[in-house]
Design a protein around this ligand. Sequence first.
Ligand SMILES: NC(=O)c1ccc[n+]([C@@H]2O[C@H](COP(=O)([O-])OP(=O)(O)OC[C@H]3O[C@@H](n4cnc5c(N)ncnc54)[C@H](O)[C@@H]3O)[C@@H](O)[C@H]2O)c1
Length: 321
Amino acid sequence: MKILVTGAAGFIGSYVSHSLLGMGHEVTGIDCLNDYYDPALKVARLDSLRPLQGFEFIEMDLNEINSRKSELGEFEIIIHLAAQAGVRYSIQNPFAYADSNLSGHLNVLEFARGHARSPLVIYASSSSVYGNNSTPPYKETEFVNKPVSLYAATKIAAEAMSYSYASLYGLRQIGLRFFTVYGPWGRPDMAYWGFSEAILSGKPIKVFNNGKLRRDFTYIDDIVDGITRIATRGAHFETVPHKIYNIGNNNPVELMTFIETLETALGKKAIKEFLPMQKGDVFETCADITAISDDYGFKPTTDIKTGLQNFADWFLGWREV
Ligand SMILES: NC(=O)c1ccc[n+]([C@@H]2O[C@H](COP(=O)([O-])OP(=O)(O)OC[C@H]3O[C@@H](n4cnc5c(N)ncnc54)[C@H](O)[C@@H]3O)[C@@H](O)[C@H]2O)c1
């Protein structure tokens, strides 16, 4: 199949591209390579993709996708992962979220709508849409209208835009609510990376809400398995062709357990600075994954100990480069 991956230089996009190319699909990756975090990491991820047969990369902003569509052609599947990620950054840079997650998302929908044959669009949403009012484990059927960050607000808005395109134009779409994805080649803005950097350089780590937080950490290979299952098996819709699935581990870990596991993986103890709850954060995330398990046989297999050890082994090497 011919597949477009947006955000191909990003953490999840680069893994998904690798996996699809390994299955023999053709992948066109786009990314604007912005400097939200060190672009050298994005370039390094791309360097591992460029030599692979069937891969093409075009540096492009989502907001250019329609004006430059002749460079892209048509696709059977569009995996839309490019976004302005991160909860905390949305406090200082709100307009980056409007550009990438609202206008950028709309541009992808318009691009897909213009295809002669309706492609399946698989797009990234987030567990953050559940906010602090939902009761874990979160189900896709919950009403989500109380985001506690602008990032979450843009993800809810993107889901709503997608639904409207499915309803108006029959554009087939699946939205995936990812739950804290981690692993080698991960994101420097995420806690596991920041903690690792601080632990190894003997600096204190900030433990918010005095450690009383729980997160449903999902290992990258499990996420990729879920995405590729959908891409290769396709989707069946009953009415409006739009579905949302949680994709998580369904096994939340206490922050303190997470820190201890990371300390073991890195072979060094953390200096902990206990702080109150941060604005925009949620207390607990936990995915109910019944729907994606029933429809696609999705079953995460990587526990936190194995996943963090894989990350730590990679991270120690990456720091030396
Ligand atoms: N990693 C997680 O834990 C997690 C959790 C929930 C949701 N998500 C979502 O999954 C998707 C992928 O996340 P990730 O962790 O790989 O993030 P990432 O930041 O590593 O990857 C996103 C990529 O999109 C690119 N990008 C951003 N704005 C763009 C634009 N306007 N035009 C073109 N490219 C643009 C960035 O340069 C980056 O390479 C995002 O939509 C994110 O919101 C991720």
